[in-house]
Design a protein around this ligand. Structure first.
Ligand code: PGA
Length: 227
């Protein structure tokens, strides 16, 4: 079996009641799926910060094989940084952090300098950064081995890039840099997940919309389980 990552990014979706519902449904769906999920599969969920604690409790309550990540972190440590969540605070609940998503770059003006600070904070707190690139030319900070390729044209549009193209981009990036894990995000669904994961250079996927309902999320896991 191939080592693979399935990482749900909830973005700014859900209320605490909807979170609870997702987990109640997931507990049933996961029960059916459990024997198909091997150690080669890493399932990660990135909820809004606000629900990290709730999600962490629900994962334990239902014994779900889900690790936690966040969608961002502060470029600073703990201290007088109103409104920010520091990496060490995230680390209480999560192991992973998405850094440099195109929505952060576009709507919050995050640039390479700021993103490098976030990578540094993640490293200090022992969080694994999932660094998003928009194409093969996006600079990647030093010693970042986990990269998510997320072409803007494919995000939330239903127009996923072809797996063959993603595989080529992965090869191109790996020619320049040593990358352990290369994943793809942009309109991944239960219908196309398999086609991405069968390509040798693609180690996982980062679905947004398709992670929002428990049914769609576990259907993806089901369709990926034999690869
Ligand atoms: P999408 O989002 O699956 O809704 O296209 C992917 C992402 O932005 O990570």
């Amino acid at each position: 079996m191939k080592k693979k990552y399935i990482i749900g990014n909830w973005k700014s979706h859900k209320t605490s009641v909807e979170v609870e519902k997702w987990f109640v449904e997931s507990s049933k769906l996961c029960e059916k799926e459990k024997r198909n999920i091997t150690n080669d599969t890493t399932i990660i969920l990135c909820p809004p910060f606000l629900y990290l604690s709730q999600v962490s409790i629900l994962c334990k309550k239902y014994a779900l094989p889900i690790k936690l990540g966040t969608q961002d972190i502060s470029p600073f440590g703990t201290g007088a940084y109103t409104g920010e969540i520091a990496a060490s605070q995230v680390r209480e609940f999560a192991e992973y952090v998405i850094i440099g998503h195109s929505e952060r770059r576009t709507y919050f003006g995050e640039d390479e300098t700021l993103l490098a600070q976030k990578i540094e904070q993640a490293r200090k707190a022992n969080l694994i950064p999932i660094y998003c690139i928009q194409d093969a030319t996006t600079p990647i900070p030093q010693d970042v081995p986990f990269v998510a390729y997320e072409p803007v044209s494919a995000i939330g549009t239903g127009n996923a890039q072809t797996p063959a193209t993603v595989n080529e981009v992965a090869q191109e990036v790996r020619k320049k840099r040593e990358i352990d894990t290369f994943i793809y995000g942009g309109s991944v669904t239960a219908d196309n997940i398999e086609s991405f994961l069968t390509f040798p250079e693609i180690d996982g996927v980062l679905p947004g919309s398709a992670s929002l309902t428990a049914t769609a999320f576990w259907e993806m896991i089901h369709n990926a389980s034999h690869i």
